[in-house]
Ligand binder design. Structure first.
Ligand code: FUB
Length: 342
């Protein structure tokens, strides 16, 4: 059970405070989704989408996900009270956005915090923007336009040990990834045959000012143990959305959602640009259609942040953010988790 505890003055002024507990919603006063967890100054910050009680059409285009703003939740420690620091960015303040503020992520560089977020532009095309703050708790000030060349959804950032910063992105169906196969936006592309290579997520290196792509966008290759590309019809393993990169014992781990089959899976490689070899599942399906995650290390332990729709009784676009400890075996394989078992 989530218990309201006595709050500090700052958190009472800015939001709510709840006891964090593994496999339970981190907050219950609003619907939250798409958690990107980061550790800044020893504290865990969870950047979330904010599901609203819209009654838009529920379809494969994602029209039911009509989100308008972002929140950041904070944990001083994994079992400490979780504070909602309130709204950190609203679409009314972003000149290029028309609707659908989907999954965000945030990274720090030289004392500034960069919040990356996807949304539809005025033509209904998903783009990725960036908003900047001096504090990880925001508020964030958006750049006036989206990142040139950006498209699709679900930006996931990764800063390597040498300081290079990479952005990964892309999502099928409502996320419009299929529409960019030629490098240009094609409104009605032909369906991808099941025996064709699956589309991979996109990636780009970010420029030193973090506001543009420093190099061309590349598509990531995800291959099987024999070196063959995962096929579009292989829905248990092919990329759908929600790319996340982390490094463990010198290896790069690309994890993602398989969408239609509702798994969080991962593939590993020797470079942040891939190729990545499919390894297995991280999380079995949760309640609700979407599954979305991030992976973060805090005080020597690793955690999976994810969402499900348990708080709303299964309504897919009213989700809640949760976490659980993630473990590796001696060979660096992630141990598969069942979301409703300890
Ligand atoms: O929350 C809207 C979309 O649903 C996200 O961008 C996807 O990853 C899925 O969680």
């Amino acid at each position: 059970m989530i218990k309201l505890v006595s709050a500090s003055k700052a958190s009472l002024e800015r939001g709510f405070l709840f006891m964090a507990k593994q496999n339970e919603p981190l907050v219950k006063h609003i619907y939250t989704a798409d958690p990107s967890a980061r550790v800044f100054n020893g504290k865990i910050y969870i950047y979330t989408s904010h599901d609203l009680e819209h009654s838009g059409e529920d379809n494969d285009n994602g029209d039911q996900y009509q989100m308008e703003d972002y929140h950041v939740l904070t944990l001083d420690d994994i079992d400490a009270p979780c504070a909602d620091n309130g709204e950190i960015l609203n679409m009314r303040d972003v000149p290029w956005v028309s609707r659908q503020m989907w999954a965000p992520d945030c990274v720090e560089k030289d004392g500034k915090y960069y919040l990356y977020f996807p949304a539809r532009d005025k033509d209904g095309v998903f783009r990725i923007g960036v908003a900047i703050s001096d504090s990880p708790a925001g508020p964030f000030k958006p750049e006036p336009d989206f990142i040139k060349g950006s498209h699709s959804i679900d930006p996931g950032l990764f800063i390597d040990d040498d300081g290079s910063c990479y952005i990964y992105f892309g999502g099928l169906w409502g996320g419009q990834l299929e529409k960019w196969q030629t490098g240009e936006f094609v409104a009605n592309p032909a369906p991808i045959p099941e025996d064709a290579d699956a589309l991979g997520p996109k990636m780009a290196r970010l420029s030193p000012d973090m506001k543009s792509f420093a190099a061309d966008i590349k598509e990531i290759k995800i291959i099987d143990e024999n070196g063959n590309p995962i096929k579009a019809g292989d829905e248990d393993r092919r990329y759908f959305e929600d790319p996340w990169m982390h490094k463990y014992n010198g290896k790069y781990y690309l994890s993602y959602s398989t969408g239609t089959t509702h798994y969080i899976v991962y593939a590993t490689g020797d470079s942040p640009e891939g190729p990545f070899i499919y390894q297995g599942r991280i999380l079995e399906p949760v309640i609700g259609w979407t599954t979305h995650h991030s992976i973060v290390e805090h005080k020597g332990k690793w955690y999976l942040f994810y969402h499900d729709s348990s708080l709303s009784g299964g309504i897919s676009h009213r989700r809640c953010v949760k976490f659980r400890e993630l473990k590796y075996d001696a060979d660096g394989r992630i141990i598969t988790m069942k979301p409703y078992e300890e």
